[in-house]
Design a protein around this ligand. Structure first.
Ligand code: OSB
Ligand code: MG
Length: 373
């Protein structure tokens, strides 16, 4: 345990390309080649890591790899280097900067890794979470053919995943989900629309999906909407789960007040970091809403944060936290993430509890900015 103030001496942000093993399509578009932004903070002889979860296109959020790079290198990181705090979790440079929660979260979460490593604790311990393993599922991109989708669902169920999330879009929805449900009458299935529908035009389609006995339907309506989701939740039996619409604890309070769903998918990057994610978790526990931890096709570095967060007690629904092998031919951390009996073990080494493969990361780096002082 190191006491006293800690000063951020050096900060490095890098971009590395990382090829997904399989093309991943959501309603707004597809990804094969991820452009992963990694952050390291050096302080007190410790190197803390984090991953910025932005996507390549502004199809999920307005933030992208390039907007995060801009906001980090122009505003956030110059203000971070030289900063001194009592606790790494207090690193919040540039309080006047509006928006850009994913860019800000990268700093905040690196601060959690730093603080955990200073204390010789795992992220899970620093969070006060007690579970040593968390139930997990898998998210399957839109498949053009039902038989390919069914083969994947079958494979993942055989592997032991406890929730199968199927991406949908208009034209690949009710009929397709019905075919999967027919084949797997009791499987824990859900759908994620990534905002592909409107209440005004698509209620009949949404009603058709309502009869597929899904665990939930995630983010059917507009990415910033809460009002229409509230109206929709009154029209269907299936639980509505909010993803894109929840960017802060204030959004979660509104969602509870309006009844805009019954479940929240918490992604720490989307909501600005761990502190915000914990506040949303606590609010949901108090309101009786179950939560689960979503994913953004992270490398093992981002995944380590998700697994630790999901060890909090309100995360009762399996998260979108899958094996490293489900995403990558080879992950950039050691050991890789490997599910056992439908659960992901939570690393218990200091901080993120996995070791980034620094040599490989360095070799893969296509751009890098260094801040010292
Ligand atoms: O909506 O949850 C989503 C990936 C990219 C963008 C949005 C989403 C997703 C996923 C992937 O569903 C989940 C994972 O990382 O396994
Ligand atoms: Mg989603």
């Amino acid at each position: 345990m190191r006491n006293g103030r800690v000063r951020i001496e050096r900060v490095v942000v890098r971009e590395i390309p990382l090829e997904l093993r399989e093309f991943f399509e959501i309603s707004s578009g597809g990804t094969q080649a991820r452009r992963v932004v990694l952050l390291t903070l050096e302080a007190d002889g410790i190197t803390a890591w984090s991953e910025c979860v932005t996507g390549e296109t502004p199809g999920y959020s307005y933030e992208t790899t390039d907007t995060a790079w801009h906001v980090l290198t122009k505003w956030l990181l110059p203000a971070l280097v030289g900063a001194e705090v009592e606790d790494g979790r207090e690193l919040h440079p540039v309080p006047w900067l509006r928006g850009h929660p994913m860019a800000r979260a990268a700093i905040e979460m690196a601060g959690w890794d730093l603080e955990a490593k200073r204390r010789g604790q795992s992220l899970r311990q620093l969070l006060g979470a007690t579970r040593g393993a968390v139930p997990v599922g898998v998210s399957i991109g839109i498949q053009p053919r039902n038989e390919d989708l069914i083969a994947r669902v079958e494979g993942y169920l055989d592997e032991g995943y406890r929730k199968i999330k199927i991406k949908i879009k208009p034209g690949r929805d009710a009929e397709m989900l019905g075919a999967v449900r027919n084949r797997f009458p009791d499987a824990p299935l859900m759908a994620d629309a990534n905002s592909a529908y409107t209440l005004a035009h698509d209620l009949p389609r949404l009603r058709a999906m309502d009869s597929c006995n899904l665990m939930m339907i995630e983010q059917p309506l507009a990415h910033e909407d809460l009002l229409d989701h509230s109206a929709l939740q009154r029209e269907i039996r299936t639980a509505v789960c909010l993803d894109e619409s929840i960017r802060s604890v204030e959004d979660a309070r509104l969602a509870h007040h309006l009844g805009s769903g019954r479940i929240i998918n918490i992604k720490p990057g989307r909501v600005g970091g761990f502190a915000s994610a914990i506040a949303i978790h606590d609010l949901c526990v108090a309101a009786g809403w179950p939560v689960w931890c979503g994913g953004m096709l992270e490398s093992g570095i981002g995944r380590a944060f998700n697994v630790a967060l999901a060890a909090l007690p309100g995360f009762t629904i399996p998260g979108d936290i899958s094996d490293s092998r489900r995403y990558w031919a080879r992950d950039i951390v050691w050991p890789e993430f490997k599910m056992k009996d439908g659960t992901m073990p939570v690393p218990d080494g200091p901080g993120i509890g996995v070791a980034p493969d620094i040599e490989r990361i360095e070799a893969l780096t296509v751009r890098k900015a260094v801040f010292e002082g």
